[in-house]
Write a protein that binds this ligand. Structure first.
Ligand SMILES: NC(=O)c1ccc[n+]([C@@H]2O[C@H](COP(=O)([O-])OP(=O)(O)OC[C@H]3O[C@@H](n4cnc5c(N)ncnc54)[C@H](OP(=O)(O)O)[C@@H]3O)[C@@H](O)[C@H]2O)c1
Length: 335
């Protein structure tokens, strides 16, 4: 297994998705040469139990400042794979971190913080969406360096996280499950044949996919966009499966995409940071996260800069990540 030779550095590993990725790596520490997290002094003080868990598992805790170039360079030099799960507030730091990684030899593998919508291809409007701009800048930067052979990258694209997507949390619109009210909110037409499919991934599966990608033969994840999912379903299928799992009927509440767009516009005009959640939900319900029409992997053609399919290269990806029926995925989140 390629993993036995790897030295893995996790950054942003104490955040929402980073925590889960870290939890996937900790039981595997012995199978890697080195596993470490790079975190801030603030986090060391505020998340003492997690830090103790990391150390107890045999991983290292490196404390520093991502804004300190010399320190980051010295740290990155000791690893061959850097996995970023930095939050939206820190995505703008990534081009600088990638430049540092690319200045080191031999070339590092870098997993930028993605874990969301397929920002380049899905749908065609995605490249213009505000929440995607920082990730697009990261992609442009790392791909230019990858074409020069200075770094390699892997994007893990997940669609919405099921853990939050399934549950109603948008103010002003019923979207997803509200257990207390026994309702399920759907944005879009009542006619299932007119509903778009949505692909999404649980936190735990996202972590499994990242671990699997790291352990896969390096060529199969080199300069790759990997689309992963725990489920692909229409909202009406989700509703049915929720009813099966809960053993009771849920009252469907339908809202139109226009209602969601109006709320998104109002949030945007009020400069409310929560607008991002409205934008992403709108993209998902418009069909912007349907991976069923897409290959699991696209690879950078270093000559043309285009992303291309390579079914032979990708055929064995993620065989170690079990596919579960939708009901099992739902059970993990709501029971
Ligand atoms: N698909 C979805 O539904 C969905 C939903 C939410 C997020 N995402 C994506 O998942 C990725 C990670 O997001 P997240 O919500 O898991 O991250 P998060 O919890 O906001 O933060 C992750 C970690 O980043 C580090 N960090 C360092 N400087 C930071 C700064 N200035 N601002 C924020 N974080 C900073 C912190 O770790 P240390 O203190 O250890 O350095 C923090 O715990 C992003 O790319 C985001 O777009 C996807």
């Amino acid at each position: 297994m390629a993993g036995k030779l790897e030295k893995i550095l996790l950054i942003g590993s104490t955040g929402t998705i980073g925590y889960h990725i870290l939890q996937a790596f900790l039981p595997k520490v012995a199978s890697f040469k080195r596993v470490a997290i790079f975190t801030s002094q603030n986090t060391v003080e505020s998340k003492k139990d997690l830090i103790a868990q990391v150390k107890a598992a045999g991983a290292e805790v490196l404390v520093g400042d991502l804004g300190n170039e010399a320190q980051v360079k010295e740290t990155f030099a000791g690893f061959d794979t850097i996995i970023s799960a930095l939050g939206r507030g820190a995505l703008h730091l990534q081009p600088g971190l990638i430049s540092i990684a690319a200045s080191l030899t031999p070339p590092k593998r870098f997993f930028p913080s993605e874990y969301g919508t397929d920002i380049r291809y899905d749908p065609v409007t995605s490249p213009h969406e505000v929440p995607h701009q920082n990730k697009l800048k990261v992609r442009a930067h790392i791909e230019a360096l990858a074409r020069e052979g200075k770094i390699t990258y892997t994007y893990v694209v997940t669609g919405p996280f099921a853990d939050t997507f399934f549950i109603s949390r948008l103010q002003g619109l019923a979207v997803g499950l509200n257990i207390g009210n026994a309702t399920y909110g759907i944005v879009g037409p009542e006619d299932p044949t007119k509903q778009a499919k949505i692909s999404g991934t649980t936190y735990s599966d996202t972590a499994r996919y990242v671990l699997s990608a790291v352990q896969a033969p390096a060529e199969t994840t080199k300069n790759a966009t990997l689309r992963v999912e725990s489920f692909t379903a229409k909202p009406s299928e989700l509703l049915k499966s929720f009813e099966t799992v809960l053993g009771k009927s849920l009252k469907p509440i339908y809202s139109s995409l226009d209602e969601l767009r109006k709320l998104e516009k109002a949030k945007s005009e009020a400069k409310d940071p929560s607008v991002v959640v409205y934008t992403l939900n709108r993209i998902w319900y418009e069909g912007g996260s349907d991976f069923s029409r897409k290959p699991v992997a696209l690879y950078l053609d270093e000559k043309t800069g285009e992303d291309v399919e390579d079914p032979e290269k990708s055929k064995d990806l993620f065989k170690d990540v079990p596919k579960r029926p939708l009901e099992e995925v739902i059970k993990e989140i709501i029971l």
